[in-house]
Design a protein around this ligand. Structure first.
Ligand code: NAP
Length: 275
């Protein structure tokens, strides 16, 4: 495993996403991921699977200190009281006293970001989360959070894969000493349709998904959290530490981005940075 060192914290650069798995499926895929060696797990209030993810972690026998767990506050819970209450409910579902990272899942234009950040900071001070961060924040919102409100944030989680350049937001995330978590890192399977990624993969005996993941986590301060319910997919996504991409291959992947964004949430998506 490769790690990101950020603000004195060691975060496994390759994590495991749990969106769109629920019930026994969420339990089974999380257990499987932990058995395979994942030590960074991503869930959220709105995924409806915190109970199963928490149970899988507890049943795994792996010490909680050895797993980096992220959950996220839903955009409908961003008023101060709701942040606190909904996170207490998350912890109950997870069966844990705290998480490693608590994120604002999506910005909510109806709630002042300072109010939410203050509530998150209080949860951190109370030991209910080790770190706080944001997700789906553009450069303007990041600036507001850090420069105007003085928030000490660890992470911005955004969509990032070879078809969507995130230069501006990545630069801002680094400027504020944070790391960026790439969600939808294999572009929900679209990487397999890309000839460049497939051809580069052949050269190394790797798949297009493995090439995309390696390309992501080799970038300074970038983590990736692919979701894979199939065991062979989850195992393959972890099998990316025995090769490195040549400079010309990295450059070819850098050139693929055409602004193909897969994830939007109308009413919450901010004015995305175009680059
Ligand atoms: P993704 O990880 O890019 O793609 C998941 C899809 O790709 C699944 O259908 C999976 O198939 C398939 N796949 C993964 N690895 C594969 C492989 N090696 N070979 C073939 N197929 C493969 O997309 P995502 O789930 O949207 O994003 C990942 C995680 O990011 C989510 O689960 C969630 O935790 C997080 N996320 C966060 C936000 C946010 O707003 N913060 C938004 C979206 C996602 P199988 O499941 O069949 O194996």
């Amino acid at each position: 495993m490769q790690y990101i060192d950020v603000k004195g914290v060691k975060v496994p650069a390759l994590g495991f996403g749990t969106w769109a798995v629920s019930g026994s499926g969420a339990y089974a895929t999380t257990r499987q991921a932990l058995e395979l060696g994942y030590r960074h797990i991503d869930t959220a209030q709105i995924y409806g699977n915190e109970t199963e993810v928490g149970r899988a972690i507890r049943d795994s026998g792996i010490a909680c200190e050895d797993i980096f767990l992220t959950t996220k506050v839903a955009p409908s819970n961003l008023r101060a009281g709701a942040v606190t209450h909904s996170h207490e409910e998350s912890l109950k579902r997870l069966g844990l006293d705290f998480v490693d990272l608590l994120l604002i899942h999506w910005p909510n234009p109806d709630v002042p970001v300072g109010e939410t950040l203050d509530a998150l900071a209080k949860l951190r001070a109370a030991g209910k989360t080790r770190h706080i961060g944001v997700s789906n924040f553009n450069v303007r919102l990041l600036r507001e959070a850090v420069e105007r409100h003085g928030a000490d944030l660890l992470c911005n989680q955004v969509e990032y894969h070879p078809f969507l350049a995130q230069r501006a937001v990545l630069a801002a995330t680094r400027r504020y000493g944070m790391f960026l978590t790439a969600y939808a890192p294999v572009a929900r399977g679209r990487v397999f349709e890309d000839k460049t990624l497939v051809t580069i993969g052949r050269k190394y005996g790797k798949s297009a998904a493995q090439v995309a993941l390696r390309w992501l986590i080799d970038q300074d301060g970038v983590a990736a959290i692919p979701k894979a319910s199939r065991r062979e997919h989850a195992a393959a996504n972890l099998d990316i530490f025995d090769f490195s991409l040549a400079a010309e291959d990295r450059a070819a992947i850098d050139a693929l981005a055409e602004g193909d964004r897969l994830v939007e949430w109308w009413g919450y998506s901010p004015d995305w940075d175009r680059d």
